[in-house]
Design a protein around this ligand. Structure first.
Ligand code: RNT
Ligand code: ZN
Length: 432
């Protein structure tokens, strides 16, 4: 491993190299430290939640693997998140789903939740100085069992989910108020059909009407912003999804809502990077669910691949860092869950840093005179610039492990904390 001295030396050489291309490395780092990543709580327990009526994962979401040590309580999940945050440079956010409320052993149905059920989460976020985002949970519930929620043909079921979403916005506003940081409340519903529908229109008409009811009450935009998340198909909704891309794009533009672009929600070779500057012509702000689909919307841990770099590049090169809110959305139960968070978040940050170190002015100058040869040559040379030295220095300057050193800390945590949880599980199983 590099000594602090070598890290500084490599950094200063890297700085010079980038300066030669007109890139101000210190400026890049100043921008990077102001970009929060919203960490999705659901990586910590395989999208399980803390309700007390034993639902199973639904809505076409599938978490595979049974790596030991998943969080079983809010305190365990918070401990895992604290460990995660301590190994990632910068200040970030927590993205919470409604079924992670604390219900004190009681059955509190989704249409009954209030900010009080989230007071420990809010206090914890405040203590840690982080912002929060929020999500209605319109899946893993008996009233979502037939695959429809806000677009359901049954008025009572629609009413139930509308009430849930209304309450979630109120909770979002309470979060925004308490933390003095705007909360984004993102609505995603699974509604769709496995096989060819006879009526594609009616569920969409009902969905638009339900959404209008949910968003009827104005909430100050400094407290809560609403976002809507499209999807083209899912498991069990292969032939039809009511909340498709065009549906929600139209909805967001006409109702002045944010649009959530999830990297796994489009056709397998269709990325979201190119959508960013398209939709931002018509929407002031958007939310991203950065994810990685392998052959389908499989929600693999985000890796530093071309797709991720393209996303970061589009945000940074266009100066959209204030208009694009970055959240992660994946869940892998086959590896250490804390490591999964850290790997994905560090990759998101590395992609952003890589983009911040791009000599964009040079690339655009070449492009503007039609010199596509220079553009391509530079785009390729950039790939072997000393980016790693800048990243290492950034981690070091933020007091988090450099390079793979974070892994030893996670292994220690696994040995001392996570593996004990599994033992406790075994004990419970044996005594039954
Ligand atoms: C599902 C959506 C949605 C969920 C989370 C748990 O396809 O991506 O965002 O993953 O709300
Ligand atoms: Zn998503």
């Amino acid at each position: 491993m590099s000594s602090p001295n070598n890290i500084e030396k490599s950094f200063s050489l890297a700085k010079e190299r980038y300066a030669g291309l007109g890139v101000d490395v210190n400026r890049a780092l100043k921008i990077l430290e102001k970009i929060p990543i919203s960490l999705h709580c659901w990586q910590g327990d395989d999208v399980g939640g803390f309700e007390n009526f034993g639902g199973t994962l639904g809505g076409g979401l599938v978490a595979t693997g049974n790596y030991p040590g998943k969080a079983r309580t809010p305190d365990e999940l918070r401990a895992d998140l604290e460990k995660t945050f301590s190994l990632i440079p910068g200040k970030h956010r927590l993205n919470l789903h409604a079924f992670y409320g604390e219900f004190g052993g009681r059955k509190v149905d989704r249409d009954q939740i209030t900010p009080a059920h989230f007071k420990n989460w809010i206090a914890w976020a405040k203590q840690n100085g982080i912002g929060m985002d929020f999500n209605p949970t319109c899946f893993s519930h008996p009233k979502a069992a037939d695959g429809f929620t806000l677009s359901h043909a049954d008025k009572n079921i629609r009413r139930f989910w509308i009430e849930h979403c209304i309450r979630c916005r109120e909770i979002g506003a309470a979060i925004g108020q308490a933390l003095e940081k705007t909360c984004i409340t993102n609505v995603w519903i699974p509604d769709g059909m496995k096989d060819t529908p006879a009526d594609r229109n009616a569920p969409r008409a009902r969905l638009a009407e339900s959404l209008d009811m949910i968003f009827k009450k104005p909430i100050p935009s400094n407290l809560n912003l609403d976002s809507v998340e499209p999807k083209l198909f899912g498991i069990g909704s292969e032939s039809y999804v009511a909340g498709s891309h065009e549906f929600y794009l139209g909805y967001a533009v006409s109702r002045k809502k944010l649009l959530t672009l999830d990297a796994g929600h489009y056709h397998p070779t269709e990325g979201i990077a190119d959508k960013i500057s398209s939709v931002l012509q018509f929407l002031p702000e958007i939310l991203l669910h950065v994810s990685r689909g392998v052959r389908w919307d499989s929600d693999h841990v985000v890796i530093l691949n071309d797709d991720l770099q393209a996303i970061a590049r589009e945000i940074v090169a266009n100066g959209f860092t204030d208009r694009v809110h970055i959240g992660l959305d994946y869940f892998d139960a086959s590896i250490n869950r804390v490591a999964a968070w850290i790997i994905g978040t560090r990759n998101m940050l590395r992609a952003l840093l890589f983009a911040l170190l791009e000599p964009t002015a040079k690339l655009r100058a070449a492009e503007s005179v039609g010199d596509y040869t220079t553009r391509l040559a530079l785009q390729e040379e950039i790939k072997s610039l000393p980016f790693g030295a800048v990243w290492d220095f950034y981690c070091e300057s933020k007091g988090v492990p450099v390079g793979e050193a974070w892994l030893a800390e996670v292994k220690r945590y696994e040995k001392n904390v996570l593996s004990k949880r599994q033992q406790a599980n075994n004990l419970i199983r044996k005594s039954n």
